[in-house]
Design a protein around this ligand. Structure first.
Ligand code: FAD
Length: 335
C-alpha cells in the first residue's frame, strides 16, 4: 500500500482548513497537521469576513474542522511538523511525536507570529481594544477617541490618517519627540490628527477595554482604542528547510515566503504556501481564498503527474497561469 500522502497541509487556520476542504471534496488523500495556535484566537471576533459577523475565531475553526471531518480521504491530526526536506518525487516531514510522513505536495499554511510592542497593559487588550489592523477591528471602536502608537517604524502617520475613517478623534502617540517632516506634519494637520509626544508608560481600563493611555509624566489621555505596529515573522524554519525562497524583510514583516500570487506555488516545485506565511495583506478572507486556490492548483498538478490531465510538459499549475495570462492579453478581455 502506498503510504505517501497526495498532500500534506501544515497548519489548520483559515488557509489550511480552506485548502483541506477543497482537497477533501476532490477526494485527495490528505493529511492535515495542526498545532492549534491560530494567530487570531485571542481576538473578540473575526471582523470583516462575509457571512460571519464578528464570529469568535475558535468557533469558526471548530466548524471548519467539522466540515472537513466529513471527507474520508482527509485526516486531521493535532501535532507539529518539526522538520522537513525534499526527497525524490515529493517531501518528507517529521512530526513532534517522532513519526515521519511523506507527500507529493505540501502546503505550508503555518501563519506567522505577530509581535506587538512591549507595553504594560497591552497583552490582555490585544485583539480587543488594542489592535494592528483597522479593517479588522476599527468598526468595533468607531467614533471613540483613538490612538496610534508610533515608535519610529515609519508607518504611524499613514496609520493615524487611515484611522480617521473610523473616528474624528485620532491622536498620534509618538512616545517621545515626534520626528515628523514638514509634509507629514501638514498631512496630519489637514486630517485633524493631533500629536502627543509624551513617553507612554502603559494602558489602563477594565478587563479588555481600554479607558486611557498613561504617560511617564503621570498624565493620561482617554482612549477607546489603540492601533499598534506589529512585526510579522515566520514561525520556525520549516519553509527554509523545504527550500522555499523568502521575500526580503520590510518594516512590518520578516520572512514572508515568496509565492506566485495566482497559484500560491513557492520557488520549490510541489511546495505551496497560503495565508499569512505568503502575503503582506493578512486577513481571514485572504487566507481562505489563498488556501482554496492553492488546493485547486495542487489537484491539477497531481492529476497531471498521474497522466490523467494532459501535460504541457511544464506542469498543470504553469499551464493554468499561462492560460490566464493569455486571456488577460487578449484585446477586450476583462479576465
Ligand atoms: C490578534 C489578531 C486579530 C486579528 N483579527 C482579524 C480580523 O478580525 N479579521 C481578519 O480578517 N483578520 C484578522 N487577523 C488576521 C488573521 O487572523 C490572519 O490573517 C489569518 O487568520 C491567517 O490565517 P493562516 O491560516 O494563514 O494562519 P493561522 O490562523 O495563524 O493558522 C496557522 C496554523 O498553523 C499552525 N502551525 C504553525 N506551524 C506549524 C507546524 N510546524 N506544524 C503544525 N502546525 C503548525 C498554527 O498552530 C496555526 O494553527 C487578526 C490577526 C491577529 C493576530
Amino acid at each position: 500500500m502506498d503510504t505517501t500522502w497526495e498532500c500534506i497541509v501544515v497548519g489548520a487556520g483559515a488557509a489550511g482548513l480552506s485548502a483541506a476542504l477543497v482537497l477533501g471534496r476532490a477526494r485527495r488523500r490528505t493529511l492535515v497537521v495542526d498545532a492549534g495556535r491560530q494567530s487570531n484566537l485571542v481576538a473578540h471576533g473575526i471582523g470583516g469576513l462575509l457571512g460571519h459577523g464578528d464570529r469568535a475565531p475558535a468557533d469558526f475553526y471548530a466548524t471548519g474542522r467539522e466540515q472537513i471531518a466529513a471527507h474520508a480521504t482527509v485526516e486531521l491530526r493535532h501535532g507539529e511538523v518539526v522538520s522537513g526536506g525534499q526527497e525524490e518525487g515529493g517531501f518528507v516531514l517529521e512530526l513532534g511525536d517522532g513519526s515521519r510522513e511523506t507527500a507529493r505536495r505540501v502546503l505550508l499554511a503555518i501563519g506567522v507570529g505577530y509581535r506587538y510592542p512591549e507595553l504594560p497593559g497591552i497583552e490582555e487588550r490585544w485583539g480587543h481594544s488594542v489592535f494592528h489592523c483597522p479593517f479588522c477591528h476599527g468598526w468595533e471602536v468607531r467614533d471613540r477617541p483613538l490612538g496610534v502608537l508610533d515608535q519610529g517604524g515609519g508607518t504611524g502617520v499613514h496609520q493615524a490618517i487611515l484611522l480617521r475613517a473610523w473616528s474624528d478623534d485620532v491622536t498620534l502617540l509618538s512616545d517621545g519627540p515626534a520626528e515628523l517632516d514638514a509634509d507629514e506634519a501638514a498631512r496630519l494637520g489637514a486630517a485633524g490628527v493631533g500629536v502627543d509626544e509624551r513617553p507612554v508608560a502603559g494602558l489602563v481600563g477594565p478587563h479588555r477595554t481600554l479607558a486611557a493611555v498613561e504617560f511617564a509624566d503621570g498624565g493620561e489621555r482617554p482612549l477607546g482604542g489603540l492601533l499598534v505596529p506589529v512585526v510579522r515573522a515566520q514561525r520556525g524554519t520549516l519553509a527554509g528547510q523545504l527550500g522555499a525562497t523568502t521575500a526580503p524583510a520590510g518594516p512590518l514583516s520578516s520572512g514572508i515566503v515568496q509565492v506566485d500570487p495566482t497559484t500560491f506555488a513557492t520557488s520549490v516545485p510541489g511546495l505551496y504556501a497560503a495565508g499569512d506565511i505568503g502575503t503582506n495583506m493578512p486577513s481571514v478572507a485572504n487566507a481562505v481564498a489563498a488556501g482554496a486556490s492553492a488546493a485547486a492548483m495542487m489537484i491539477h498538478g497531481l492529476m497531471t503527474e498521474a497522466g490523467e490531465l494532459a501535460s504541457t510538459g511544464r506542469g498543470a499549475e504553469d499551464d493554468d497561469v499561462d492560460r490566464r495570462r493569455r486571456a488577460e492579453q487578449r484585446p477586450g478581455s476583462s479576465a
